[in-house]
Design a protein around this ligand. Sequence first.
Ligand SMILES: Cc1cc2nc3c(=O)[nH]c(=O)nc-3n(C[C@H](O)[C@H](O)[C@H](O)COP(=O)(O)OP(=O)(O)OC[C@H]3O[C@@H](n4cnc5c(N)ncnc54)[C@H](O)[C@@H]3O)c2cc1C
Length: 471
Amino acid sequence: MTVSVVWFRRDLRVADHPALTAAVERGEAAAVFCLDDRLIHGRFASGPRTQFMLECLGELRASLEEIGTTLHLLEGRPEKQIPEFVEMIGATELHFSRDLTPFARKRGEQVRDALEGTGVEMVAHDGTDTVDVRPIATQKGKPYTVFTPFFRNWEKVPRREVLPVPKEAVQPADAPKPAPIPTLADLKLEQTLGDPPVGGEKEAHRLFERFLSDGVDRYTEIHDALGQDLTSRLSPHLHFGTISPRQIEEALPQGEGPEGFRRQLCWRDFYSHVLYHFPDNRTTEFQQRYRKGFGWSRNAKAFAAWAEGRTGFPLVDAGMRQLLREGWMHNRARLVVGSFLTKDLGIDWRMGEEHFMRYLVDGDEANNNGNWQWIASVGTDPQPAFKRIFNPALHQERYDPEGTYVRRFVPELADVPDKFLAEPARMSVEEQEACGCVIGRDYPEPMVDHKKAREEALERYRAAKERESSA
Ligand SMILES: Cc1cc2nc3c(=O)[nH]c(=O)nc-3n(C[C@H](O)[C@H](O)[C@H](O)COP(=O)(O)OP(=O)(O)OC[C@H]3O[C@@H](n4cnc5c(N)ncnc54)[C@H](O)[C@@H]3O)c2cc1C
């Protein structure tokens, strides 16, 4: 009988898990997860995201125990821990879900090197992205750098079958007793969110069911409506794989709303494809012309005002405060705060990317990097910079016309009349006093003049283009 190990990473579920199913079908199957310090305390360390992950691990262990095996936690570098574990239980196969991020690929190669000569076979399976995005290519055999043609091709990729939870797994006899799952405090991290999302596979399915019954049919109309807040909220679950994107896709009904939603799943795959083919994007602008001499600001004071939601632009402040409270931000607000940081303040998109990674429970290197480069107008799927400089006041009037979203996160604006809510500094002193929101005392002055900041931003992009053409 074959003894296998399933190496869980960003696929913390038992339903629709090709690697788990394969291992269970082959014979005895043990499951492991590596608590790798590079992820827990590294470049993108995050208390909120780690807390969510620990909840997912706890539930995954319980689910695996229900079917007859368990989850072993290994502490340390996978290239050391996994070969030791594999040898201890006498496994000959290591199954895992393919993860295309540069970090995950390197980690996998190191494990492969460490297993060389041991006779243990490493078997990669689908399961992290909706489809295998590696072979998707243009007619010239190149990777896609524009979304819409990628989407057309992505749609044509044959889909794999969705798998049920394996009925029964057999734990290898030599498997040790699993160590307890640590708490966040054990890992010396802190939960900073007041209203965090709940981790685990059950919660992912509950959210998806809720979205299927209320949200998906109207998705095209409502996905930008900040106050209604009817998007799926599945992003942290998709990041940690407590629900499979393929299973989501398969369960979607017909119709315009579900189609629009499926397109969003494709954006996720697109950025996975982009980072797979352009791993340098992790730290560098995809578009060469913006790499050197662009003159990004790193103004700490302005950055802090943005990060803490004290810019004097209500929609920007609401978005940033939602992030600090919930570890999630509505996509429309992410776009507005991203545009504000990189265009109005001219601050390096990498600072925004890092801040998002610290607080977002769905913080995902491919999605976050791809979207930051997109909104900073330096990445793939390019458009002229002026198309992605958003006017926060106009966006607020359009996407939060009743002020529900802004008032929820910026309580000092609660009694500001609707007509001034997008630009409270336009109120007279008497009006400010009357609604209990004095600008400069209760709520900040706008930190920039948007019109002027827009012109200055356009000039920076124009100059970069000129430098390139004269080089
Ligand atoms: C500056 C910026 C940073 C972002 N950082 C992240 C991040 O770190 N992690 C992350 O998952 N998303 C990120 N996004 C994309 C998007 O904002 C979130 O995926 C979405 O808001 C999550 O909410 P939801 O699950 O309710 O989305 P829904 O609207 O219900 O969409 C369903 C799923 O589709 C995917 N999706 C939707 N929009 C996008 C998109 N623009 N790009 C890629 N995938 C998308 C997500 O997996 C999402 O869960 C970022 C967007 C911006 C503008």
